[in-house]
Write a protein that binds this ligand. Sequence first.
Ligand SMILES: [Mn+2]
Length: 359
Amino acid sequence: MERLTKFRQLLLEEKFDGFVVTAPASRRYLSGFTGSSGVLVINRVEAILLTDFRYLDQAAEEVEGYGFQVKEHEPQVWGTVAAEIMRLCSGGRSRWGFESEHLVEKNYRALNERMECCVLTPTEGFVGRLRRVKSAAEIAAIRRAVQITDQAWARLLPELKPGRTEKEIAALFEYFQREAGAEGTSFPTIVASGPRSALPHGGPTDKKIEAGELLVLDGGARYNGYCSDFTRTVVVGAAPTDQQRELYGLVLRAQETALAGLRAGMTGKEVDALAREVIAAAGYGERFGHGLGHSLGLQIHEPPRLAPTEETVLEPGMVCTVEPGIYLTGWGGIRIEDVVVVTEDGIENLTTSPKTLTI
Ligand SMILES: [Mn+2]
C-alpha cells in the first residue's frame, strides 16, 4: 500500500489523473503480482490489476497488502483497459500517463483509439523514480541473489579446466546457481575465453578453453525477483603471462579506486571518473568502452548508471554494479564486477568472491 500511496503522490505532482502500467517490473513493484501478463489501471481512488484466467487466483493472493483489486480482462485486453479508464473518469476529460519505453506502438494505438475522453501522455522512467532507492526488504533479496552467485562461482572454480567448452561452463554455472536457490538467471550467462574475451558481451560458444587463456564469466541469479550481477576473469590451466598479470592488476586497481571513493552525494559521472582516470593514466582509456556500472533491482539494468554522462546524484539505498574492463581486440579482455549498496559514507560491497587471476 505504501508504494501505491507514493505513486499517487507522484501522479498528483505530475498532474496526471491516472496511469496505465504495462512494464512487468513496474507492475510487480506496484502490485506485488509476479505473473507474466497483466495491466495496472491506477487513478487517485482506485487501483486495478487486469489479468487473464490463468492468473486470477495467484493475482488475488499476491496483491494482498498492495491496495489493488483484481479483475479479469476480455480476450482483447485493450478494450477492457479503455473501458476501466472511461469508467474511472466518467466521461470527463482527463490526462493519463503510460510507459512509453514499454508500450509498443501497436498496443498504444489499440488503446488510444478506444479512449474517448482521455488523453494518453507518454512518460519515461516514471515508476522507475520510485524504484531507485531500495527498501531493506529489496536489499535483502539482492543480497541473497549475490550470495547465490558467489556460491555458484566457488563451486565452478574447480571445474574451470582446459578442454571444457564455454557452453559447458555456462551450463554448470547456471546449474550451481539453481542448486543454491536461484529462480533462474538474471540474464543469459556470458562466458568468453581467449581472444573472444575481448567481446564485452560474448555469449558462450562451442569453443574449447585452452590452457593459458583468459576466461571472462559474467552472470547473475534471480531471487524473489531481484537480480545479482557478477564478473570475474581468470587464466585457466597455466600461469598468467606478464601482460595478463599487468592488465588484470590495472583493472583491479581501477575497481578498488572506485569502490574506495564511491559514496552518496556523488554523481554517477564522478564515480565513473574514479575508475576511468586510473585506466586512462595507464594508456588504456580507449579500451574501456562502457560505463563503470549500473543500478539493478527487479531489472538487471536500472537507472541511475555510473557512466560519463550520468548526472544523477547517488543516494543511500541505491544498489549498483562496479565493473571496469579493458578489451584488446585479438588478445582478450578483462572485467571485474561487484554489486554494492550505497551508504551515507561509502558502500557495502555485497560480493564476496575472491578476485584472483590464477585459480
Ligand atoms: Mn553488469
